[in-house]
Design a protein around this ligand. Structure first.
Ligand code: SF4
Length: 353
């Protein structure tokens, strides 16, 4: 029932949210309490945001004591924060019990309050343009550590988040076994209760996991980092995930879109002189038109955010506009994403530690 690997709070007590909610009835019953206590506990954790079982004042004292002795409710601790003077984007750092830094980014958009979450410490996929890929992979974050990023940011920023982006440090689909239970808590009515269209999982194109998520995962949005229209260029930019050909990745996206009845977003970071030519745009448009139906996808063009020590440069505005125009002229639905938090190294691809 209790997964020993979930003791990520440093106190030899498992974190409560690392247990599956399917196990909660058994826990409650083992302490001699009635099933309705589960709803009470969930309300205290997700609505009233308590940090210890002792604060759950409508539970019997002996029950609170037993829960407290056996489980912890928070794992990450505060590490620091930095706020963009340009757009209010805030980069938060949290500390794990084993000394790792867990970054995440709060993005205050006009129409929504988003959090870009991390799923791993470091990243093993080593995409060439990404700061996270330069941080050596140590481990997956636990479900509790993923949830803690939400609890902490809502508390520190004094906001109610209504959109979650799994686009921080790490490849979420590599952490599949923690991603799925975390998504179940995020989506579940009794837990965070965030709608499917407000949760986006981003991947560098892990085909088997995209297919798995399509068929069995909770309903969410999917964003796939393509960044190249040929296998050769993809191999250069995303050396590890290029073991799946561009066409295979697009086919997996198609399956996802059909099964989950949602549009998949293809992410394309424009790198000056690397993937932003007229020929690149035409080839990319043809590839999409040949393999996916118009209603199944959209393209997000992203301005590259420079990272110290990496050789890539941002495409000039005129080139980005021209790239978008070529896609549009070929009836490819395209959106040019505005950079956020660049002055504090919290922009897309800049999330190191
Ligand atoms: S883009 Fe994503 S998968 Fe690639 S190195 Fe960065 S965090 Fe990892």
């Amino acid at each position: 029932m209790v997964n020993p690997a979930s003791r990520s709070n440093g106190f030899q007590r498992p974190n409560f949210l690392d247990l599956s909610p399917a196990d909660w009835p058994q826990i409650v019953e083992s302490f001699g309490e009635a099933p309705y206590r589960i709803k009470q506990i969930a309300e205290w954790i997700f609505d009233r945001r308590v940090r210890s079982f002792q604060e759950m004042t409508d539970l019997p004292q002996a029950f609170r004591q037993k829960l407290d002795e056996n489980y912890a409710l928070r794992s990450l601790s505060q590490g620091g924060q930095e706020r963009s003077a340009i757009d209010g984007t805030t980069r938060y750092f949290f500390k794990s019990h084993d000394g790792h830094t867990v970054p995440c980014v709060y993005l205050p958009f006009k129409d929504r309050k988003s959090l870009c979450l991390s799923t791993q410490v470091g990243c093993a996929w080593g995409c060439e343009f990404c700061a996270s890929g330069k941080v050596p992979f140590s481990r997956n974050l636990s479900v509790q550590e993923i949830c803690d990023q939400i609890f902490w940011v809502e508390e520190l920023a004094k906001v109610k988040l209504d959109s979650l982006l799994f686009m921080g440090m790490g490849e979420p689909l590599s952490a599949y076994n923690t991603l799925i239970p975390a998504l179940q808590l995020i989506r579940g009515e009794m837990y965070f209760n965030i709608g499917a269209r407000h949760v986006t999982v981003s991947t560098c194109g892990l085909v088997p996991q995209i297919e798995k998520l399509a068929l069995e995962g909770p309903k969410v949005n999917l964003a796939i980092s393509l960044h190249a229209s040929t296998d050769e260029l993809r191999k250069k930019l995303l050396p590890k995930s290029s073991k799946w050909a561009v066409k295979e990745v697009i086919q997996a996206a198609k399956l996802f879109s059909k099964t989950q009845r949602t549009k998949v977003t293809f992410e394309y970071i424009l790198l000056d002189g690397v993937n932003d030519s007229e020929q690149d745009a035409k080839r990319f448009a043809n590839l999409l038109r040949n393999f996916v139906e118009k209603g199944d996808y959209m393209v997000n063009l992203i301005a590259y955010n420079p990272i110290p020590g990496l050789p890539y440069r941002t495409s000039p505005h005129a080139k980005m506009d021209e790239f978008a125009r070529i896609l549009e002229s070929r009836k490819v639905p395209v959106f040019l994403r505005k950079p956020q938090g660049v002055d504090i190294q919290a922009g897309c691809g800049q999330l190191g530690v």
